[in-house]
Unconditional design. Structure first.
Length: 279
């Protein structure tokens, strides 16, 4: 008989930040004499799969809630939400239940987030994919020099082909946003990428105006990006209460980061990753 290899599940702290109740990750209670369908479900559905599915739904809801902050009064909060979430994810990769992880556990955590990113990509939740990608490429993770699985290499290439990288301002994702035909249900763009290009085109337009010029193409692109932002805001403006704690949690309050030296949170994360080698 062939048994499935048991994959490691999401930590309790991760469930809390993703707004997943621990009691919600188990399948419904079964009768004393379960039907064949229930038996098959228990044989081939692991806790890993259940938490992956719950996380996919939670992250998507979190993405939708972020669009409700696209008003002029609140959009300046979005970069902070992104930085909070990215830092919290890196922390969750390195730490479980208040303890520094072994390299093997970190590999398992990385695998979970790659699986989550793959599902989010298929479901059009590009905001989640780019967030997870940023966390997985963080210096605190990269310095461990863990050999990626073949599937992880394929996904990294797939994401970069689709979005570009932060080095080229994710130009591919900008094109995706501009080419999207108003499908706000199945295409969920990255908020930080949208705002980055919106702010950039606005500043460029101001500079040209000061020089007495008015480039039509640049102004049209700015208007198009603003229309995109307005459309997502109007669609999801009532989702603000659905934001997940991953975006709200101040990383400086994370227990193990409090005792690590470093002037910035990024520096503290790096110092935390150095402790992995001692574990």
């Amino acid at each position: 008989m062939v048994f499935r290899t048991r994959k490691r599940t999401l930590s309790m702290e991760g469930c809390e930040l993703f707004n997943i109740a621990h009691s919600d990750v188990s399948p419904p209670a079964q009768n004393r004499f379960p039907c064949m369908r229930s038996i098959i479900f228990n044989l081939f559905t692991s806790d890993f799969d259940i938490k992956l599915e719950k996380s996919k739904d939670s992250f998507r809801l979190g993405t939708c809630s972020l669009y409700s902050f696209l008003s002029d009064k609140q959009k300046q909060e979005i970069p902070t939400f992104f930085n909070n979430a990215m830092t919290n994810l890196v922390y969750l990769i390195l730490v479980d239940e208040g303890k520094i992880n072994t390299r093997q556990r970190i590999r398992s955590n990385i695998n979970f987030y790659y699986c989550l990113a793959e599902i989010a990509f298929k479901n059009g939740d590009h905001n989640t994919v780019i967030l997870l990608k940023a966390a997985l490429e963080n210096t605190a993770i990269k310095r461990l020099k863990l050999k990626p699985l073949k599937r992880q290499k394929q996904l990294t290439k797939k994401f970069e082909d689709a979005y570009g990288t932060f080095m080229n301002c994710n130009a591919g994702h900008l094109k995706q946003m501009l080419d999207n035909n108003g499908d706000v249900d199945n295409f969920l763009p990255s908020l930080v990428i949208l705002l980055m290009h919106l702010n950039k085109t606005r500043e460029y337009a101001k500079c040209y105006e000061k020089l007495g010029k008015f480039p039509t193409a640049l102004q049209n692109k700015q208007n198009q990006l603003q229309n995109i932002a307005d459309k997502y805001y109007n669609t999801y403006k009532n989702y603000q209460d659905e934001i997940i704690d991953l975006y709200l949690k101040d990383p400086s309050e994370l227990e193990l980061l409090k005792g690590v030296t470093g002037k910035t949170v990024s520096a503290k994360l790096y110092e935390l990753s150095l402790l992995v080698d001692e574990n």
